[in-house]
Write a protein that binds this ligand. Sequence first.
Ligand code: NAP
Length: 494
Amino acid sequence: MTDICVPIVAENVEKVKSDIKEAEKHADLIEIRLDFIKDMTKEKIKELLNGNNKKIIITCRNKKDRGNFDGAEEEKLELLNASIESGCDYIDIENDSKLLNQIIENKKTKTIVSYHNFDETPSLEALNQKYNEIKSKKPDSIKIVTQANSINDNFIIFELLKGKDDLTAFCMGIKGQMSRILAPKYNSLLTFASLEDGKESASGQISIKEMKDLYHVPLLDKDTNVLGVIGKHAENSQSKNMHNPVFVNKKLNYVYIPFKMDKEEVNEFMKNFRKSNFAGSSVTIPHKEYIMDFLDGIDETAKAIGAVNTIVNEQGRLTGYNTDYYGAVSALKEKTSLSGKKILIIGAGGAARALVYGFKKENSEITVINRTKEKAQKLADEFEIKSDELSNAKNLINANDIIINTTSIGMHPNAGESIIKEDEFVSGKLVMDIVYNPLKTKFVENAQKAGCEVIMGDKMLIYQAAGQFELWTKNRPEFEEMQNALQRAIRGDL
Ligand code: NAP
């Protein structure tokens, strides 16, 4: 059973007290960081430790250990002794502290002895040695926290946690977030969450609201099925906001997390993925094609599209699928039939390929245009469709029934841009943008002003996510269920 601890990093006693009151509503236990509080005294400690209703860890980290305390060790000992006398539940102290023995020997308060490495995650062997060294000093529990420079560092920590019932361990940094979320699966005693964004005590700390409301950490256990999204900027993906609430609603023991990684990390990650028996994954930019080298099978659709956006682990066999085409086709089919319709696709990247594949299956007449003409031509040759010039967009819009933007133009942070101007649109056309961040793009805005019917990028996103959900869990989520979850996240209600 993993407890979620919220560190309090306020600078004065009044703020610490009000943050403790707030943290008590959400946390299992609370860490007071004495080193963040200005002009700390024994009297103030007494005041802070009076009348709390959650267990309290007291920590006073030195500057050299990336804390804020720069007083003498005698002064620190006085503060820690005052905390013990005032009834704190735990003292957290660094493994190499000169005060270690005095703190461990106190009989009133439990001791957590910590080792932090802010530069890297050492090897499993080195970390086990560190664990044994600390254990020999007989603390009540041990905390080992390292910096994740690669997503694969998390798996060293998961191995380290195996068979130990007195260890808190996780990785810092954005690439270490999965070890904070999966702490209950791998039996870490504690995981740490900030009271709110901006109140983190270490890098990569996720807010308690996100840990509980989004990743439902209190519901996770050793049997939880792990899913996620493999991507260079996976942390920006909206998919976690769509899948996680539906797992909870449907009482499915799954969690969906970002797997943020660069290309060099993919090979090792896929080995760890198999070893850890993760249930599956989404795949996003820029790994949709490269990932295919690491799978055991690719379904016919993904093969024809040449990209995988979904991995399913079926009894150890990893199969790649592509649900992007299904997402786009379903989004349009809400408004119209596609057979015989003339469709203009702007863009010739990965998403465009999936759409071309999908609309071909629906017997639509497709024309593709793109900034790099050769790429449009290549796509057209491969799928036996037409290609044309981007500069001819206005005439082509006139000649087609459905116009779709698949370029990344207009995507955050370039929200003011559109590949098609308002006066190039022709009223009465059905227009879809697959860019979903922002929800209402400039492209959509221009089309609406010109009198077109519009479909925004969230429709495709939700349908492709629903397709993935079904592949992973064999359960079909309601469209509205996912849409509501996504809209709550976009509004910031999560
Ligand atoms: P991609 O493979 O990198 O393709 C990008 C496309 O955008 C190419 O056609 C590229 O043209 C064009 N482009 C980029 N910058 C441009 C510029 N400044 N001027 C003109 N054209 C430009 O990316 P992708 O995977 O296809 O994704 C494209 C967009 O679709 C992204 O915004 C992504 O988030 C979105 N998407 C949405 C969903 C959904 O479910 N709603 C699903 C998948 C993707 P060149 O060939 O000339 O470089």
